[in-house]
Design a protein around this ligand. Structure first.
Ligand code: PLP
Length: 281
């Protein structure tokens, strides 16, 4: 697949390697920014409305004001314009703009960055490893999609080194939480169970759609705390995320699962059907 990479920063379309942001941008110096990642299919971004709702929540959680949706949309239209990206990822970031050399903020204009690139289609299933680090459900940034993502970078590298697609975090209560860039579901006795948002997990757009569409189709789903001690003791496991949609899991540490198991298979097709019927559900 030909690699397409488009980058727009503060009103300018740039080459992917062109310098664009101040070295003193607070997003770079301390990770003071919000972001979203959306799936792109045939040049169209999926679930724009829901991603924007979450994005605004992150900006509020960070205490960043002055966001212009029109400015962001200008960037999105620019990177998605031209020849349609068949399957890819759109990523937008808004940072606090120029900052001092510390954690305080200057009252500077926000920085807007929008990028799109082709990505590979996911494999039919993947494996998980348990991360040796925890998610802090009481952190100031819990549930926010901020550019302070180094915890996820480290844990994903840990998973990749072990041949896994994702690393699973427990929270400080030793309950199942989420992965580095995906939510997690375990299937027990015919019910798909995912940790509630109080676990510290990000409110994944794919998780939300999976829960809504499952309920509408009469597929049993529940949000409830899952003690880590028996999280892997499930009949089926799957993860959800932008670009992976509903991804069956065939192994988690030393446990193996049918992938897809029957309930996961139902949700994989339900998600595909519903997503094909509307790009902004
Ligand atoms: C930490 C984390 N959890 C879960 C998800 C899944 O969310 P979504 O379905 O919106 O992609 C993401 C998305 O990247 C994430 O970063």
């Amino acid at each position: 697949m030909a690699e397409v990479e488009r980058v727009w920063v503060d009103g300018r379309l740039l080459g992917p390697a062109e310098p664009a942001v101040s070295a003193l941008d607070h997003g770079i110096s301390v990770g003071d920014g919000a972001f979203e990642a959306l799936k792109v299919v045939d040049g169209v971004a999926f679930a724009m409305g829901r991603h924007l709702v979450r994005f605004r929540r992150t900006l509020t959680g960070l205490g960043l004001s002055g966001f212009s949706e029109d400015r962001l949309r200008e960037g999105i239209e620019t990177v998605l314009g031209g020849s349609p990206i068949p399957f890819g990822r759109l990523r937008y970031v808004v940072t606090a703009g120029r900052g001092p050399l510390g954690s305080a903020r200057l009252d500077a204009p926000l920085t807007y960055i929008v990028a799109a690139a082709t990505v590979e289609h996911p494999d039919a299933s993947g494996s998980l490893v348990t991360a040796p680090w925890t998610r802090n459900e009481r952190a100031a940034t819990a549930g926010l999609k901020t550019t302070s993502y180094a915890d996820n970078v480290i844990a994903l590298a840990y998973a990749t080194d072990r041949g896994a697609v994702e690393a699973v975090f427990a929270n400080t209560r030793d309950e199942l939480c989420e992965c580095t860039g995906s939510n997690v579901f375990v299937v027990r006795d015919g019910v798909a169970i995912t940790p509630p948002l109080a676990s510290g997990a990000l409110a994944g757009v794919t998780r939300e759609l999976t829960l809504e569409w499952a309920r509408e189709a009469g597929v049993p789903v529940r949000e409830e705390p899952v003690p880590m001690s028996h999280a892997r003791d499930a009949d089926e496991v799957f993860i959800t995320s932008t670009t992976k949609d509903v991804l069956p899991i065939h192994a988690w540490d030393d446990r193996s699962y049918a992938a897809p198991g029957p309930l996961t298979a139902r949700l994989v097709s339900l998600f595909a059907e519903r997503a094909a019927s509307s790009m902004d559900p």
